[in-house]
Design a protein around this ligand. Structure first.
Ligand code: NDP
Length: 605
């Protein structure tokens, strides 16, 4: 892509103007949950609920959440010889985010070789460089079957209460299906992006047509399937999509092909870079899939990604994965390397990053112009912020969709949709009449909403103390996993650990090894309890806070990366901190910690 010269000051001024337009005092409160009056939006359209008797028994390990976190922990526990593992999930099957998100065109932005967990253990070769959603969902089922995790699982089941019973050294678990059982150990992995949100737009309940959130795609209404069958029931329908994030970028091209008129309501454009997906070659795969390959690829991806920060820059570092993320990192690194070592002061490095980022964003903006025929539409589709202010997107059909005569961009210049009426959507003072509204409005994110709020229950630890109380002034853990006062409980999350957002499953791969190692040690040693000491928890939190490696910047345009531009507070505070020395250092620290066999900071008794 040819990029003409740019005026750096003018670009930065434009970034600030565009951010200021979007800042709003209500921050996250502008959104509503799919509960109460909106509960029907959350119903499961994919699997029918099967009646069953409530469960009253005792298991060694219960994991709450059947996505990648639960599958990985379950698999590692089984390998460690723990047989009675029970996974509980509100969904009708395993898969987590890949269970719920089945919108047309769904695929993964991170290369499947590093994104899909347990490839080596299952012997599965991904079919594409970036796998589509149905393949990932199928893989989740494959893992569930291979590791015997279906045997004891409870689906369509929501935990309502989780309380530590000190006298029996057991967690008592109650659910919305009348279950009341105990577990010696509990894991929680509710996912960073699983609580759906709708924009709290005036009139949202008044719409008389059909509406749904992208994570509950209504194929009964649209026709077609997540596997790619055409949405033939939309042929005479006018459809509105509200939102232009990573989800909309993937489903807009499919909708554009299917419906009569498509209106895409945009508040902030996404940056959309080249995707270049392609099938993987079995001969190539057979060559690289030697023992230990996936761990090598994971480590290589993370090292490449992290090199963009300048941490541990290794000029010889090979890039095995070669995807959009590592490309981004490579460019940053190349710019950094133009600075002589003696000039690599923090200020000069920040300046070099800024230059690399603007050059990349200019390229992405130039791509819009090259692809989109109408110059006015192209101008509105250009993203004016630093690339990592919002989730970078990669697609080869999204921008192209706006060249179709039936696909209309309704840009709201940062203001958003004004109102919903019985007939449609109002923006810029004009009402757009539609038959269907698709809310591609995203999710509340891990660090913007406390764990008890996201999970829907508030664990009670030793002495009846609630987790919300323990985290009243901010999240407190050791390694993001262990919480003082909550024995035999493990949290699987990004926060206070590696906080590696470019490849979420890598975080879980490591946590699952840690949890399986600790549980095996407890079981083999005949210990009833394992708990982090108060001192170890405090010193970990102090380390994180003192060295401040928080996610999101207030200079960015608002979005979930920076808590909509509002400061975090109360229980969500410290929930956006990661290990200050980066994911590579964190993973190596954890590896040493596990291997030592002493599990420093934990007390077994
Ligand atoms: P996002 O939160 O990224 O996007 C929500 C969209 O809704 C934004 O464009 C937002 O605008 C818009 N919006 C909110 N309120 C209004 C309003 N009142 N009027 C108009 N527009 C509004 O959600 P997504 O579901 O797109 O993506 C969430 C995350 O899920 C991604 O960032 C990514 O991490 C993950 N994902 C991953 C994929 C993968 O390939 N692995 C694919 C898809 C999603 P604004 O930007 O102005 O707030």
């Amino acid at each position: 892509m040819t990029v003409t010269r740019y005026d750096k000051e003018a670009v930065l001024r434009r970034y600030a103007e565009e951010r200021d337009k979007r800042l709003r005092p209500d921050g996250l409160d502008q959104y509503i949950r799919l509960t109460g009056r909106f509960a029907h939006y959350a119903e499961d359209p994919y699997t029918e609920m099967v009646e069953r008797e409530p469960v009253h028994d005792d298991v060694t390990f219960t994991f709450i959440g059947g996505g990648f976190a639960g599958l990985l922990v379950g698999a590692r526990l089984k390998e460690a010889g723990i047989d009675d593992v029970r996974i509980v999930d509100k969904a009708g099957d395993f898969g987590g985010t890949w269970y719920w998100n089945r919108y047309p065109g769904i695929m993964c932005d991170t290369a499947s070789m590093v994104y899909m967990p347990l490839l080596e253990e299952t012997g599965h070769m991904p079919t594409e460089k970036y796998a589509h959603g149905p393949e990932i969902l199928k893989h989740c089922r494959r893992v569930g079957k291979q590791f015997g995790l279906y045997d004891n699982a409870l689906f369509h089941t929501q935990v309502t209460d989780l309380a530590w019973d000190e006298s029996r050294a057991r967690w008592r678990i109650r659910t919305n299906r009348g279950d009341d059982f105990t577990a010696r150990f509990v894991g929680i992995g509710t996912g960073p992006l699983q609580v759906e949100k709708l924009p709290g737009i005036e009139g949202i309940e008044d719409f008389a047509g059909h509406a749904f959130h992208t994570s509950r795609w209504d194929y009964a209404y649209t026709g077609g399937s997540a596997e790619g069958a055409p949405m033939d029931r939309l042929a005479d329908k006018r459809v509105a999509v509200i939102g232009t994030g990573a989800t909309a970028v993937q489903c807009v091209p499919e909708l554009a092909r299917a419906c009569t008129e498509l209106y895409v309501f945009q508040r902030t454009p996404s940056s959309v870079d080249v995707r270049d997906n392609r099938p993987l070659d079995p001969d190539w795969f057979a060559q690289i899939a030697t023992p230990g390959w996936q761990q090598r690829w994971l480590d290589n991806f993370t090292a490449n990604w992290e090199a963009f920060t300048g941490v541990g820059v290794d000029d010889e570092l090979e890039d095995l994965v070669q995807d959009g993320w590592t490309d981004l990192a490579r460019r940053m690194r190349a710019t950094l390397q133009t600075l002589p070592p003696e000039e690599r002061s923090p200020e000069r490095m920040m300046d070099a990053f800024e230059d690399a980022d603007i050059a990349k964003m200019e390229e992405i903006r130039a791509r819009v112009e090259a692809v989109v025929a109408d110059p006015e539409t192209a101008a509105k589709l250009k993203a004016w912020y630093r690339q990592l202010c919002k989730r970078p997107c990669f697609h080869d059909e999204y921008l192209q969709a706006f060249n179709r005569p039936n696909t209309h961009l309704v840009d709201t210049d940062g203001k958003g949709v004004e109102r919903i009426t019985a007939k449609g959507v109002v923006a810029g003072g004009r009402e757009y009449e539609v038959d269907c509204i698709v809310y591609a409005s995203g999710f509340f994110v891990e660090f913007g909403m406390s764990l008890p709020e996201r999970a829907g229950y508030d664990p009670q630890g030793r002495g009846g103390k609630r987790l919300s109380e323990h985290w009243h002034e901010g999240m407190r853990t050791l390694h993001g996993i262990h919480v003082h006062g909550f024995p035999n409980l493990f949290v699987v999350q990004l926060a206070q650990g590696a906080a590696l957002a470019s490849n979420v499953p890598h975080n879980y791969t490591e946590s699952s090894q840690t949890i399986a190692g600790v549980v095996r040690h407890a079981v083999e040693g005949g210990f009833d309890h394992v708990e982090v000491t108060e001192e170890a928890e405090t010193s970990w939190v102090d380390l994180l806070v003192a060295n401040g490696r928080a996610f999101g910047s207030e200079e960015c345009t608002p979005g979930y990366y920076n808590n909509e531009g509002q400061p975090l507070g109360g229980s969500t505070d410290q929930g956006n901190f990661g290990y200050p020395f980066g994911p590579v250092a964190f993973f190596s620290l954890m590896d040493e910690w596990r291997r030592s066999g002493t599990f420093g900071g934990l007390r077994f008794g």
